[in-house]
Design a protein around this ligand. Sequence first.
Ligand SMILES: Nc1ncnc2c1ncn2[C@@H]1O[C@H](COP(=O)(O)OP(=O)(O)OP(=O)(O)O)[C@@H](O)[C@H]1O
Ligand SMILES: [Mg+2]
Length: 247
Amino acid sequence: MKNPAARHNVDAIITTDLLRQLAYNEKMAELGKISAGVVHELNSPLSVIISAAQMIMREEGVPKAVQEMISRISSEAQRLSHLTKSLLNFSSHEESISDVDLNLTVDFVLNFLNYEAARRGIVVLKQLDYTLPVIRLDANLLKQILLNIIMNALQAMEESGGKLLVETSSCEADTVCFTVADNGPGIPAETISQIFNRYFTTKKPGEGTGLGLFVTKNLVENMGGGIAVTSRIGGGTTFTVTLPVCH
Ligand SMILES: Nc1ncnc2c1ncn2[C@@H]1O[C@H](COP(=O)(O)OP(=O)(O)OP(=O)(O)O)[C@@H](O)[C@H]1O
Ligand SMILES: [Mg+2]
């Protein structure tokens, strides 16, 4: 670029973008540290609740109604304990490439988002292909990809009480695929080409950074995969992610 003023402007834009990206990463890292602390703090009282409930259950002569209530306390405490452990798993920053089962990862993320779907009255369906080969990648990044796409779908169906379908399949040789289909409002033709752009969001200020799909696309492409979207106004949106098996 010959014009020094223009060059300066581009530098300024890149610097601002980088700073925002860093701020976002920083926020996520901070969130990770906070959730690790919260998980640690929550796990001790939860273990006490679970074992106290088990001790009461072992007592003789406990009335049936009390037994039922204790059993509910115990199973809810176990659910919380499971959830807090999942949080810790999400916030892990260690890069670890391993053999990953796509179906198990889908199950993990859907369990994690169970509450988010239920509170919106969304029915979650899954159709998993159990003949899929394992894929070699960083499981935490795959969780992040699924989380971003599924969370967008849940947010899109906020007011419609919709249906979400997650499917896995082996689309071509040496690849695995998953699709996330919702029956939300769809994406207008004039904006669909922008959804993977950095900072593109239709959410209210403070509700969306517009980084979710940008980061998702980068993660997928860094894994050697691809992401595609189809959408129809009033007819919902489907994201398809293809990943190489890589062995
Ligand atoms: N399933 C979907 N249905 C309808 N619109 C969608 C869907 N998924 C994404 N979008 C559109 O794409 C935009 C960009 O999504 P992206 O995940 O990048 O950012 P965001 O969700 O707005 O914010 P965040 O950074 O918190 O994820 C959304 O604001 C929304 O307009
Ligand atoms: Mg998003």
